[in-house]
Structure formats: C-alpha cells, structure tokens
Design a protein around this ligand. Structure first.
Ligand code: IPM
Ligand code: MN
Length: 354
C-alpha cells in the first residue's frame, strides 16, 4: 500500500533540507518501484504567522492521518519574544505528546570520512564514535508542573514506573542489535526521580541478561563522553539529560548537520527529523547540510516502513558522495569540494539511481 508521509518543512533552513530529502526519496521510489504520497503540514513559526498558533488542529490531524512524519526544523528569532506556550517549539512538544512519541532515538556516528571534523583529538576518538542516545521524550521536566511568579518559578521532574520501563525496554532492545551495552544516565545521588529511574532500569535488566548495564551520573557522563567516548554503546536517559547529552554527542561526531533522529511510540508511526535547529542565519542561502534530514528519511524507511534495503541504499549513497570528496560548508576541509544544499541532495539522489 502507498505510504502517506506528512512533511513538515517548518522554519529557517527547514524547507530546503526537506526538499533535499524528498528528492532523495523520489530517486528511491524510481529505483525500488515504490510510491509515496506526500502531504505538506504547517507547523512552527510558519503556522504562527498563518494561523496564529504553532500547531493548528488541522496540522495535527494531518499528522495523525499519516503513516509517518518527516520534519525539517522549527523556530527562529522572529518568534523568540512570544510567551512559551505560543512559540514554534511548542509545535514539536505538542506533536511528541499527542502522537505519544515517547522514545527518541539519536544515533551519533563519526563517519571515517569526517574524522578531522570532530573537535576531539584522534587519540581520544580512538576507534571512532558510534553511540545511540535513547532519550525519553514525553515526560520529565519538559511536561511537569511549572509556574512562573514574580519572585520565584519552578519546573517539575516527575517520572512513573511505566514511563521509565517503556523507554528502558527500547534501550535494551536497541542494544541487542548492537554491542549489547546500555549506560543509564541519571542524577540518583540527588534526585528522587532518578532514584526511581535507576531502580526500574535495574529491575528490567533482569529480562536482558545478555546486555551489560551500567549506571552513570549525568555530570560524569558528560565528562566521559568527551574523554573516553568509545566506552559507550547505548545511552538511555531522561528527556532533559537526553536533550543535553545528544547535542554533546553530535558535536563529537563532527557536525550537528549530519545527525538524524527518530521519535517513536507504540505503533509504527514515527516522527523523523535532524537533531539540529532551523539555523535562520543561513536560511535560503543554499549552504545548509541536508544530510541529517536525508538520514532521518532513511531511518523512517527502516523503522516505520520496514524498508531495510532502501534505507541502506540511502546510507551507501551518502558514503559514496562523501568518499568522492563533496562537503557542505559545515563539514568542509581543505582538499574537499564545497557543495551547496541542492547539489548535495542531487548528488545523493543520483548516486542512488546509479
Ligand atoms: C531537540 C530540541 C527541542 C528539545 C526544542 C526545540 C524544544 O532542542 O529536539 O532536541 O528541547 O527537545
Ligand atoms: Mn535539543
């Protein structure tokens, strides 16, 4: 059956990078004889400008009626002065919550072609970097009680056993397909929610004797990531800690412009997006790196549609284009060929059709 993909270009560089991913998906359809139906959805700043709210009901409904969602990025300076509940970012949080996308999968891989793009010394990088951050996405301090008053303000970190269990399960299952090692990151020396987190993860671990588990405090995890990144395989952590550690991991992997993410719930509908933001300063200049969005599309094919060989074809095409020396500005180094957004996507699409 024809899969229906909701496209949310969003703001800033969002439309350019989503266009790039669609070009690659189109090539893939030619190659493998698939057909996708695309519906474009307004969310984020564009939706605020058009309809006065970041995620209009109609946009949410279009997403609910799709098989999967590919998102560019939302946000920008223009909307920064709006109150929190009207900002473009609200669209993301609402989509995550409404679609029950509790598991955010953020792989951070340093490709061999980009070794020199990592800020870490070669001696620290060692055998390279290949980790997956599994971030809880619909709970914790992002969604807890909060209040701002004139002299005080508070936010609440709250987790239930069920919420911790389901995300830990995703981490253990992910580890089974990799190096069978999970590091659970918390702040159990201080936070009650982290103490519960640690107990629940340890308890569930009994069902996964083939997977190794260790616990780490988040401050130490940040330090370990930049001093000995090769010790990690799968990191599982709360919404807030996962937000922070995934940015850190992406920087180690050379460029935030390379890294994809998948947000999944308990059915096959997922939301796929690059982990970077809308980069309004370079919007419309044809210099943004479309690779993170293209890899996100590959994750969608694999994780939502079960199209493993198609996803592989995309990743192989990206490798071939990088091997041939093409680089967008964020990953450019001497001796390589500087390439714009459109050209990079075209090269990858062409490679697929070879
Ligand atoms: C991310 C982003 C979002 C988050 C923002 C834009 C709400 O930083 O997806 O990591 O904090 O989750
Ligand atoms: Mn983030």
């Amino acid at each position: 059956m024809k899969k229906r993909i909701a496209l949310i270009p969003g703001d800033g560089i969002g439309p350019e990078i989503v266009d790039g991913a669609v070009k690659v998906l189109d090539a893939l359809c030619d190659k493998f004889n698939h057909e996708f139906e695309y519906i474009t959805v307004d969310a984020g700043g564009v939706a605020i400008d058009k309809y006065g709210e970041p995620l209009p009901k109609e946009s949410l409904e279009k997403c609910l009626g799709s098989d999967s969602i590919l998102l560019g990025a939302v946000g920008g300076k223009k909307w920064d002065t709006l109150p929190a509940n009207l900002r473009p970012e609200r669209a993301l949080l609402a989509l995550r919550k409404e679609l029950n996308l509790f598991a955010n999968i953020r792989p951070a891989v340093l490709k061999k072609q980009l070794n020199s793009a990592s800020p870490l010394k070669n001696s620290v990088i060692g055998d390279g970097l290949d980790i997956v951050v599994v971030r809880e996405l619909t709970g914790g301090i992002y969604f807890g009680d909060r209040k701002r008053e004139s002299e005080t303000a508070y936010d609440t970190e709250r987790y239930s056993v069920a919420e911790i269990k389901r995300i830990a399960k995703v981490a253990f299952e992910t580890a089974r397909l990799r190096k069978r090692h999970v590091t659970s990151v918390d702040k159990a020396n201080i936070l009650a929610s982290s103490q519960l987190w640690r107990d629940v993860v340890s308890d569930l671990h009994k069902d996964y004797p083939d997977v190794e588990l260790n616990h780490m405090y988040v401050d130490n995890a940040a330090m370990q990531l930049v001093t000995r990144p090769s010790q990690f395989d799968v990191i599982v952590t709360s919404n807030m800690f996962g937000d922070i550690l995934s940015d850190l991991s992406s920087a180690i992997a050379g460029s935030i412009g390379m890294l994809p993410s998948a947000s999944l719930g308990d059915n096959t509908r997922g939301m796929y997006e690059p982990i970077h933001g809308s980069a309004p300063d370079i919007a419309g200049m044809d210099i943004a790196n479309p690779i993170a969005t293209i890899v996100s599309a590959a994750m969608m094919l694999e994780m939502s549609f079960g199209m493993t060989k198609e996803a592989k074809a995309i990743n192989n095409a990206i490798d071939a284009v990088l091997d041939a020396g093409y680089r967008t500005a964020d990953i450019y180094s001497e001796g390589t060929t500087k390439t714009g957004t459109v050209k990079m996507a075209n090269l990858i699409a062409k490679e697929i059709l070879k």
